[in-house]
Write a protein that binds this ligand. Structure first.
Ligand code: GLC
Length: 462
């Protein structure tokens, strides 16, 4: 059975509503920031991996479908701690192959991997000496998949980072979030949880897995300024080059803005930002969710995000055998093939100098809060790098009578399709004062094509 996208999104938005608004600032003041963030600005496209014990029930508990995100099953069912921990006895993902996963990321054009080291269920997916509730000590698997991934990433030149749920921990009496087993959060000794498990585990991760490109914190329940600062100092003291995402604490801003889940801003932003996104409607594997995004949808979102100055962190949820579902692997590989030809429009490219192409706010239609709704345009997006503008045209939008370049003052020296290895110059004609590039007669890729327009100057003058 297919989960309707709406149910998943509805549940996610209910749970995350307070967060989305909090995630709007990034720390840019300290001097290390520019150095830390440089790779991120180049990378643009990353693989998020949500993997844990929840991949065993995969959206179903005791024969009943549990709605919501796969990794939230313990909370949503709810499953008491004493029953959930038993999943560890059966967790033996022998088909897990770090090399294959990293190869998939490489072939899909992804430049960094961020994996759940401990999600809200409290189970560590690495060999932790802080808590025996981990994949090495508590399962028959007896391997450390995160070490294997770290090594494979180092070998393939892919950056590697950890998701870590710093505040919610449904396994611990003093962790946030599990009120069914442990009562209200306000009555808990939360600082004890932080100092005895969360902080020491973050330190372990930063100590034993080589260079960590990013610590991806999430759901900052009860993360006051003082608590957030403690984590910030910890990360900076052990690995000063490690980025911190935007969900550590409301008051303590990380290195960039994390938008809400699957939320792409309507317009471009001045700060660095990243959208965490799903390939279906869940993060952790659910057997009933096969609502995969097509390669064309993924390419559109990636280019849309890049043209607004952001990064796209796209999730896969391996099964309990340790395997990424075949269908989404294929879709990602198609995206990778497109990026092989058109990657100059993405990697290291910066946001659009224009903006009208994103769409506009409706003059008449309002949402339930009385705000004008945004009417997106989806014909094309623009990214730019030194002396070049890249116009990516999507799907049915292939103007056979010529692509009208938006107005700017800089002289255009030539134009060609990025996918054309010869860079055969395309004819540019001026019609009613508008420069128009004559595209090849037949559309070389109905999913998306990128037109490169070279300029006489490094930067476009509007
Ligand atoms: C939400 C969910 C969590 C998921 C995350 C990814 O915060 O609580 O399950 O890991 O989004 O962005």
């Amino acid at each position: 059975m297919r989960l309707t996208p709406l149910i998943g999104l509805f549940c996610a938005s209910l749970l995350l509503a307070p967060l989305v608004h909090a995630e709007t600032k990034a720390e840019t003041s300290d001097q290390g920031h520019e150095k830390r963030i440089a790779w991120f600005r180049e990378a643009k496209f990353g693989m998020f991996i949500h993997w844990g014990l929840y991949s065993i029930p995969a959206g179903e508990w005791q024969g009943k479908q549990v709605l919501g995100l796969g990794e939230w099953i313990m909370h949503n069912a709810p499953v008491p701690v004493k029953d959930y921990v038993k999943l560890a006895d059966q967790f033996n993902p022998t088909q897990f192959d770090a090399e294959k996963i990293v190869q998939l990321a490489v072939d899909s054009g992804m430049k960094y991997i961020v994996i759940t080291s401990k999600h809200h269920d409290g189970f560590a997916m690495y060999h932790s000496s802080v808590s025996k509730y981990n994949i090495y000590d508590a399962t028959p698997f007896k391997r450390d998949p995160l070490k294997e991934l770290a090594d494979a990433c180092a070998k393939h030149g892919i950056k590697f980072g950890f998701y870590y749920s710093q505040s919610q921990d449904w396994h611990e009496p003093n962790g946030a979030g599990n009120t069914a087993d442990f009562g209200p959060d306000e009555k808990k000794d939360f600082d004890r949880y932080l100092t005895e498990k969360s902080e020491p585990q973050v330190k372990e991760l930063l100590t034993h897995y080589g260079p960590v490109c990013l610590m991806w914190f999430d759901t900052p329940f009860m993360m006051t300024e003082e608590r957030g600062s403690r984590f910030m100092r910890l990360v900076r003291s052990v690995q000063p080059n490690c980025l911190i995402d935007g969900r550590l604490s409301k008051e303590v801003h990380g290195d960039y803005v994390s938008t809400g889940d699957n939320v792409v801003p309507n317009k471009s932003m001045t700060e660095d930002w990243e959208v965490p996104a799903t390939t279906n409607n869940t993060w952790g594997f659910r057997k009933d969710d096969t609502d995969w995004k097509s390669p064309g949808e993924i390419v559109f979102k990636l280019v849309d995000v890049a043209s607004k100055g952001g990064n796209y962190l796209l999730n896969v949820g391996p099964t309990s055998a340790g395997v990424i579902p075949e269908h989404i692997q294929e879709n990602l590989l198609t995206v990778g093939k497109w990026l092989k030809l058109n990657g100059d429009a993405i990697y290291g490219a910066t946001k659009s100098p224009f903006g009208d192409e994103f769409g506009e706010y409706s003059a008449s239609i309002k949402d339930h809060a009385g705000k004008p709704i945004f009417l997106p345009r989806t014909d094309w997006r623009c990214t730019t790098s030194k002396g070049k503008l890249f116009f990516t045209l999507f799907r049915k939008y292939y103007p056979r009578d010529g692509f009208e370049i938006p107005a700017f003052k800089t002289k255009v020296t030539q134009a060609y399709m990025l996918s054309d290895p010869e860079h055969t110059p395309l004819k540019i004609v001026v019609r009613d004062g508008v420069r128009c590039v004559q595209l090849p007669r037949s559309n070389p890729d109905p999913m998306a094509v990128t037109l490169c327009v070279e300029l006489a100057d490094d930067k476009v003058q509007l």
